[in-house]
Write a protein that binds this ligand. Structure first.
Ligand SMILES: Cc1cc2nc3c(=O)[nH]c(=O)nc-3n(C[C@H](O)[C@H](O)[C@H](O)COP(=O)(O)OP(=O)(O)OC[C@H]3O[C@@H](n4cnc5c(N)ncnc54)[C@H](O)[C@@H]3O)c2cc1C
Length: 378
């Protein structure tokens, strides 16, 4: 069987790339785990927010909206996006961040809008009275059904005659006679083109192929579930967070999902939450809301892998023919997956890209900048 495109990594990025590539040639997606969403993709907060990230990220998120609102027939049984909204709070001292967020949010349709803090209890009754001096709402933010999106992509690869190979780790890659040869757990596999969608491991995969790394840093982010206050149904509350980015809380299956918004540089791996990050998240939640944390139902952590400029790395490597990157998706990999995968596929196939590829180019000068330092806020 001749493979055109070998996608390394079966998270949301690799799955989207494989789905979009399948119309241009035969796809083999190789995933080292039994469950393709085992790492970052299965650990996200599942939010789609066009207000989030820098301009390059927002362009990809905007370009993903159409697919998520109207996926191809048969792609998913239920809508992929459902209403959620975001309530951003500004405690005293964070006015500069609030103004910047309001300005950035003005470009989204519908725009972020400042509200009278007196109206906060009508939107989310647990916010501690007086905690926020100012507040804004971001009405267009939605929940994403990450599992349905991911499974839809993987099914799309198979339906088009492609293969999803689990428990198949790529150990190294080499280029011979115009093709890439991968040494894997399943023996040697060859393909015309390799797509590096290995998440936290993407720089390691590149180095194993003799390709210069992109300066990616995996940053650990913690989340945990606590009980909602007794007698209330949080289902319709928005995601609530502060503009300085020290915590957020979001309804999740009748409970509350909380994050301390940590970003600790961590080697690639199956990461676990640190007790200190969970305790910090609980303390910040109790300070900003009237919730009392009596027990942690479940805590987890995942890696948000970022380039030095926090812009995704998408496209052909400038010095390795047939080697393409789809990595550095940081905290935006779910919400940007449709456009990121479509962009990658267009660049691989040499057709008109859906967005300007220049800002995401592998090998850009910003990728040789120093790695970010510990971004944890204490
Ligand atoms: C707590 C948390 C909250 C988040 N919230 C959001 C959110 O609300 N919205 C949003 O858009 N994003 C969010 N994110 C970010 C999002 O989860 C990531 O950007 C996204 O999942 C990255 O997808 P990926 O496919 O690049 O990585 P991954 O899902 O990690 O996939 C990479 C895959 O490559 C495989 N792999 C690695 N090396 C090899 C190899 N050598 N051979 C074969 N396979 C290999 C791995 O096993 C893995 O399955 C959040 C992240 C965290 C941790």
């Amino acid at each position: 069987m001749t493979i055109d495109y070998m996608v390394v990594g079966g998270g949301i990025a690799g799955a989207s790339a494989g789905h979009h590539l399948a119309r241009y040639g035969r796809v083999l997606l190789v995933e080292m785990e039994q469950v393709p969403g085992h790492h970052s993709t299965g650990r996200s907060a599942a939010l789609f927010s066009e207000y989030y990230g820098g301009p390059q990220v927002r362009a990809l998120t905007r370009a993903s909206r159409e697919f998520l609102l109207g996926p191809p027939a048969g792609f998913a049984e239920h809508p992929l996006l459902t209403p959620r909204g975001v309530l951003s709070l500004c405690p005293p001292g964070d006015e500069a961040e609030f103004e910047a967020e309001l300005r950035a949010g003005a470009e989204v349709d519908p725009p972020a809008r400042e509200i009278d803090p007196a109206g906060i209890p009508d939107i989310c009754p647990i916010v501690r009275p007086g905690w926020a001096r100012r507040a804004m709402v971001k009405p267009a933010a939605r929940d994403v059904d990450v599992a349905a999106l991911h499974q839809g992509y993987l099914r799309g690869i198979r339906d088009a005659g492609g293969t999803v190979a689990r428990l198949t780790r790529v150990r190294s890659l080499r280029r011979e006679r115009g093709r890439w040869r991968a040494d894997t757990d399943a023996g040697e596999l060859t393909a015309r083109v390799v797509v590096n969608a290995a998440g936290a491991w993407a720089d390691q995969v590149a180095v194993s192929a003799g390709v210069a790394p992109s300066g990616l840093t995996p940053l650990r982010r913690t989340a945990f579930l606590v009980d909602a206050p007794p007698g209330v149904d949080p289902a319709r509350w928005p995601l609530v967070g502060d503009v300085a980015g020290t915590f957020y809380v979001k309804p999740e299956s009748g409970h509350l999902l909380v994050s301390p918004v940590d970003a600790t540089p961590t080697p690639p791996g199956d990461v676990r939450p640190d007790d200190l990050d969970v305790a910090l998240g609980a303390a910040r939640l109790e300070a900003a809301t009237t919730v009392t944390v009596r027990r942690i139902r479940h805590a987890w952590a995942g890696l948000r892998t970022a380039a030095p400029d926090d812009v995704p790395v998408i496209g052909p490597d400038p010095s390795a023919p047939g080697f393409l990157w789809l990595a550095g998706l940081s905290g935006y990999g779910v919400q940007t997956a449709p456009a990121a995968g479509a962009l990658l596929a267009a660049l691989a196939a040499g057709v008109e890209p859906p967005v300007d590829p220049a800002p995401y180019a592998p090998g850009r000068a910003a990728l040789s900048a120093p790695a970010p330092t510990d971004r944890r806020r204490t």
